[in-house]
Design a protein around this ligand. Structure first.
Ligand SMILES: O=c1ccn([C@@H]2O[C@H](COP(=O)(O)OP(=O)(O)O[C@H]3O[C@H](CO)[C@@H](O)[C@H](O)[C@H]3O)[C@@H](O)[C@H]2O)c(=O)[nH]1
Length: 327
């Protein structure tokens, strides 16, 4: 099969593109390499430099589907520059849907997010729980989920919106390429804690220890990027014309910030000093997915659901990139 992967040079997009290639598919990556830290286009993919709006010049009836990752994804930035999020994430996807309609490409898997739920009323979160995003980023992703639903009903699109919880870990492809998480500047918990273990930072700031959780720190559902990637291939297989599958992707297990820091100490054997800092605006206390629908609708089972396994792979990647930087 032949697929277009928008944002296929980013963290999640590149891992999914690598999985598609390993499964024998033909892949075109469309990416503007504007994320600050592109991960690289997997070997074997055709690369087209461009924005989502350029999908119209790439798509033709030879494509079997689109996997859509290209988006702005910084919660804080979206609060300061909401128009950027509406224009790119929502406007860009509107153009992509039009390009798909015009070229007769009728299957789509979209990268949605747990951020659509906002501050959840209960956990684990199911797909039928109220969606009340607390940032323009989450709102833009929810708007796209709605747009896709309309496209399925009106024009018979076969689609899945996969709502990711906290994606983490790294993927080491059979050709030896390492794919992992790095942003510049880095703001995600696991890469930051690993930088402390590497001696690149002096300590990790724990954003709040007075949340109503067992140890007072925020609880998140960390999902291994390779498990997440496999769910995309299953979603492509399950996609049915006229139907829009909305599916959470998490393990259904929550780990606190302190548990993450402790796991990094255990996995790396390094000291990780921590300091308590004020709460970060907009952080819900607990975000844990119900993984039930992913199991039943996709037949998905995580293979690396333990926090230690996720941190081990992220650590291997951090050491790999440090070695690369040293040359
Ligand atoms: O230096 C740090 C960085 C993070 N945290 C905490 O660690 C947890 C995880 O934070 P982070 O890695 O930034 O992820 P989230 O803010 O949970 O957001 C991720 O997961 C969301 C879905 O759950 C997605 O929508 C977002 O795009 C994605 O960044 C949160 O409780 C943070 O408060 C710290 O205590 N110190």
């Amino acid at each position: 099969m032949k697929y277009l992967v928008t944002g296929g040079a980013g963290y999640v997009g590149s891992v999914v593109a690598a999985h598609l290639l390993e499964a024998g598919h033909t892949v075109t990556v469309l990416d503007d390499l504007d994320t600050g830290f592109p991960q690289g286009v997997p070997e074997g993919a055709t690369f087209v430099s461009g924005r989502i709006q350029d999908a119209a010049r790439v798509l033709d009836p030879s494509y079997d589907g689109v996997l859509h990752f290209a988006a702005h994804s910084k919660v804080g930035e979206s609060v300061e520059q909401p128009e950027k999020y509406w224009r790119n994430n929502v406007g860009g996807t509107l153009d992509l849907l039009a390009a798909m309609r015009e070229s007769g490409v009728r299957t789509l898997v979209f990268s949605s997010t747990a951020a659509v739920y906002g501050e959840p009323e209960r956990t684990p979160i199911t797909e039928t729980d109220p969606a009340a995003p607390t940032s323009p980023y989450g709102a833009s992703k929810l708007a796209v989920d709605h747009m896709i639903g309309g496209e399925c009903r009106a024009h018979g699109l076969a689609a899945a919106s996969l709502r990711y919880f906290n994606v983490a870990g790294a993927y080491f492809a059979s050709d030896g390429t390492a794919y992992g998480e790095r942003h510049d500047p880095e703001s995600h918990l696991i890469p930051l804690v690993l930088q402390v273990a590497q001696g690149r930072r002096t300590s990790i700031s724990v954003y709040g220890d007075d949340y109503p959780t067992a140890d007072g720190t925020c609880v998140r559902d960390y999902i291994h990027v390779a498990d997440l990637a496999r769910a995309h291939l299953l979603a492509l297989e399950q996609a049915t014309g006229g139907e829009h599958l909305i599916c959470n992707l998490g393990n259904g297990n929550g780990f606190s910030v302190r548990e993450v820091v402790e796991t990094v100490r255990e996995v790396t054997g390094h000291d990780v000093p921590e300091t308590v800092a004020p709460r970060r605006d907009g952080d819900p206390a607990v975000l844990v997915a119900s993984a039930e629908r992913a199991r039943t609708a996709l037949g998905w089972q995580p293979e690396r659901s333990g926090l230690a396994e996720i941190v081990q792979d992220a650590w291997r990647f951090a050491q790999h990139t440090a070695a690369e930087a040293r040359g």
